[in-house]
Design a binder for this molecule. Structure first.
Ligand code: COA
Length: 360
């Protein structure tokens, strides 16, 4: 009998041209470029084009943001949900024309409108002439953002656009493999991204930095959390056995911001907490390197560009929708249903002959 592949760790379920994660070397290639050279050099729209259209079509998401804005009155209560991912799941489900750009434009417009509504402020209409990062920031903040912040957000959107067979991407591909539509794939993926073990970590990372408050308190705080059986958010990764390369990319962007006198000045605290967490987790799990993942510095960067922490996970979705759509397109080319097996460990059948999966 085949052993159960718990968590599907190490199971290869697709060939992909979209991104490659080398967990031992700490290397990430997105659409043929190392993430370190892509972030800061390419815009989100460039990366969207590379992923979804192999770079063969110029992508502009402004008109799609504008069309999504026109859908707002028909969304009813969808954007009134208290959780941003619930709001995105309900509102993206209403995008009937499931073209990749439509969904990506809608993700940004809806995420911003939700964030404003939650804060008791009126949503801000998109400006189709702006780049995606600039308009995302503008729609959330209610005013144009300085170019340094726009560049930092763009670098973030590029950095997290795709990442191998992560849980939400797998969900998108499973749904696509049934012949279902793009909207359904992305809606399902949003549900997977929402979980704290996947895309829901950056808000809690900031809560942790708030709770710790000063570098010298980091170690004791972390020890207490571990002793209470809780996980340290922003640490550990299923694939990486070294530091997540995206953490370094985002750290670099935050450093640039702080160097320019912008941002919350959190970097020193974040670095101290990361070091303390590494130390404590290494003692606890000497067999398993648990280092910072992308979410750790996502929290610091998104705070520095002025986003409210409730909008962190929705902003992750604003980026990752590129990968989801690209994987759906790729899965359609494969054209085969994804349908794994399970091992029955329940009660034997009524005839008492034991479990079917025990049979030779
Ligand atoms: N804090 C404390 N302990 C951790 C940990 C963390 N962040 N991440 C893993 N561990 C521990 C687990 O408790 C487990 O120990 P145990 O066997 O004594 O219970 C061991 O390390 C192995 O963990 P496992 O659950 O097998 O790892 P995984 O590959 O399934 O999980 C994550 C990977 C990302 C889900 C996990 O590291 C985690 O929960 N991180 C915090 C959430 C987070 O930052 N998510 C964003 C990911 S990008």
């Amino acid at each position: 009998m085949t052993a159960t592949a718990s968590g599907l760790e190490g199971v290869v379920v697709a060939d992909t041209e979209l991104s490659d994660v080398d967990g031992a070397a700490g290397r990430l290639v997105i659409a043929g470029r190392d993430v370190e050279s892509l972030a800061g050099a390419a815009t989100f729209e460039d990366v969207f084009s590379r992923l979804v259209y192999a770079g063969k079509r110029a992508v502009s998401l402004g008109e799609a943001r504008r069309r999504a804005w026109q859908l707002l009155p028909s969304l009813g209560d969808a954007l009134r949900a208290s959780d941003g991912m619930d709001a995105l799941r309900a509102s993206i489900a209403r995008v009937v024309d499931g073209e990749p750009e439509e969904i990506a434009g809608a993700m940004a417009t809806f995420a911003a409108a939700w964030s404003r509504t939650r804060d008791g402020r009126p949503p801000v209409a998109p400006d189709p002439a702006l780049g995606h990062a600039a308009d995302c920031l503008r729609m959330i903040r209610g005013e144009a953002a300085p170019s340094s912040l726009v560049r930092a957000l763009d670098a973030y959107l590029v950095t997290v656009a795709d990442h191998g067979m992560n849980a939400s991407t797998f969900v998108a591909r499973v749904i696509a493999s049934t012949g279902s539509d793009m909207t359904s794939s992305v809606t399902g993926a949003i549900g997977a991204l929402k979980g704290p073990l996947h895309g829901g970590a950056p808000g809690p990372v900031l809560d942790m930095l708030d709770a710790i408050g000063a570098p010298e308190r980091a170690e004791a705080w972390i020890r207490a959390e571990i002793a209470a059986g809780r996980r340290i958010m922003g640490m550990g990764h299923r694939i990486y056995r070294v530091r997540d390369p995206r953490a370094a990319v985002l750290e670099r962007e935050i450093q640039k911001l702080e160097g320019a006198g912008v941002g919350g000045g959190r970097l020193a605290l974040a670095r101290a907490v990361e070091k303390a967490a590494e130390r404590v987790l290494a003692e606890r799990h000497p067999e398993r390197p648990l280092r910072a993942n992308v979410e750790f510095y996502t929290a610091v960067l998104l705070e520095a560009v002025g986003l409210p922490r409730a909008a962190f996970s929705p902003t992750f979705a604003v980026s990752r929708v590129a990968g989801w759509c690209a994987h759906v397109v790729e899965q359609r080319r494969v054209g085969r249903l994804i349908r794994p097996s399970s091992r029955y460990v329940g009660a034997p059948g009524a005839d008492g002959r034991g479990r079917l999966s025990d049979s030779p």
